[in-house]
Design a protein. Structure first.
Length: 207
């Protein structure tokens, strides 16, 4: 993680705004680069290196733009290749056609709020675009709600970096606790999901 954060900060210091866009795009394309290192460090440069001319509003916008671009890539990966792959191999990883139909109905009904709220949640925000694409959520609405949801998150992290200055890395330490909490919930839910499928497998085989 230390080497990854050093690479992130070096890229932003070298490329400026384009570096923020690139890194946030990679993070939203299901590559787990810590956004809590990207935006706070960029925000800290406003204070520690004012000669760079960074602006909090522009940084938040470029961060959200990067989120959108990466999310679009992940969405279309799911939309083009995800469903055929799951139709063919889903049974080997306990994903049934019924599960996929449920996901389709969920995103048709709650896709907007899911795309919006998920951008504020650690871990989930990195990977939500893939299932949204597999379920073929309405693409224009996906883009709108992804950007709108990412913008306040980027503002918050950038503002924290501005306030903490040289101690911006504390943001990463704080959000690691949230990562652990959300990760634990995901593991528990995944365990319940696997248990339900394994319990139902003999009945489905008999049927």
């Amino acid at each position: 993680m230390t080497h990854l954060i050093n690479w992130v900060t070096h890229l932003i210091a070298t490329l400026g705004y384009p570096g923020v866009v690139l890194l946030m795009a990679l993070e939203s394309a299901c590559i787990p680069i810590p956004s809590e290192a990207i935006m706070p460090f960029a925000g800290a440069l406003i204070v520690t290196e004012p000669a760079r001319g960074f602006n909090i509003h522009v940084l938040a916008f470029t961060g959200a733009l990067g989120n959108l671009l990466g999310s679009i890539v992940a969405y279309w990966v799911g939309a083009i290749g995800g469903r055929p792959f799951l139709n063919k191999y889903g049974k080997y990883i306990l994903i049934s056609h019924h599960d996929m139909d449920m996901a389709d109905r969920f995103f048709q009904k709650y896709g907007d709020i899911t795309a919006l709220v998920s951008r504020l949640l650690p871990i989930v925000r990195t990977f939500i675009s893939l299932p949204a694409g597999i379920a073929r959520m309405n693409f224009p609405r996906f883009c709108i709600y992804t950007f709108v949801g990412a913008l306040p998150f980027c503002y918050l992290l950038t503002y924290a970096g501005v306030k903490l200055g040289e101690h911006w890395h504390q943001v990463h330490n704080w959000l690691q606790k949230a990562d652990i909490f959300i990760g634990a919930i995901i593991i528990v839910l995944f365990g319940l999901w696997v248990w339900r499928h394994l319990r139902g497998a003999p009945k489905e085989t008999a049927a």
